[in-house]
Design a protein around this ligand. Structure first.
Ligand code: NI
Length: 172
C-alpha cells in the first residue's frame, strides 16, 4: 500500500483543467496510480479522490460509495457528464478542504460516460450520493472545486473558516 500526498486548496493544480488520459497512457503505471489513489482515499476516509488532488493534472478519479456496507470501487477515466436530472441539497466535504463541510446543491441523477482502467468505454446511471460524488470529482478533473458550487454567502463563510483553520495549523 502506497499513500500519496493529498494537496490542499488553494494549490494551483486544484484550479487547473486536467489533461485527458491518452490511449497510450493506459497500462501498468496507470493501474498502479489508481490502486494507490484507492489506498489514499480510504486511508483519509473519503468516498472519492480525483487525480488533481494527488498532484496529477489529469482527468480521472476513483470513488467508492459503498452499497449496503459492501465496497463498490469504481474508476472513471476521461469522465463526461451526458445528462442530469433533478436536484439534491446536502452537506459535502472534500479531502482537499480538511475539516470543511458545507451544503451544496447538486443534480440528483447523472448519466456519465468514461473509460475504465483498461480503457474500455463505460456508462453509468447514478443517483443520490453516487451522483453527487461523480459531479464533485468530475469538477476536480476540470479544475473546479466545491467552493465554486456554493452560493456567494456560503462561499464567504467557507473562506473565513479556511482562514481560521489555516491560522490554527489545521490546514497545510
Ligand atoms: Ni473534492
Amino acid at each position: 500500500m502506497a499513500l500519496m500526498r493529498i494537496v490542499h486548496y488553494p494549490e494551483p493544480v486544484l484550479l487547473t483543467v486536467g489533461k485527458p488520459v491518452g490511449d497510450g497512457e493506459f497500462g501498468a503505471d496507470l493501474e498502479r496510480t489508481v490502486a494507490d489513489m484507492f489506498d489514499t482515499m480510504r486511508d483519509a476516509g473519503g468516498v472519492g479522490l480525483a487525480a488533481p488532488q494527488v498532484g496529477l493534472s489529469q482527468r480521472f478519479f476513483v470513488m467508492d460509495v459503498a452499497k449496503e456496507g459492501q465496497p463498490d470501487p469504481q474508476v472513471f477515466i476521461n469522465p463526461e457528464i451526458m445528462s442530469v436530472e433533478g436536484e439534491q441539497i446536502g452537506d459535502e466535504g472534500c479531502l482537499s478542504f480538511p475539516g470543511l463541510y458545507q451544503s451544496v446543491k447538486r443534480d440528483m441523477r447523472v448519466i456519465v460516460r468514461a473509460q475504465d482502467v483498461k480503457g474500455e468505454l463505460i456508462e453509468r446511471d447514478l443517483t443520490d450520493l453516487a451522483a453527487r460524488c461523480v459531479l464533485h470529482e468530475t469538477d476536480h478533473c476540470d479544475g473546479i472545486v466545491f467552493l465554486d458550487r456554493m452560493t456567494a454567502l456560503k462561499r464567504e463563510l467557507a473562506k473565513r473558516k479556511i482562514k481560521h483553520l489555516q491560522k490554527t495549523g489545521k490546514w497545510e
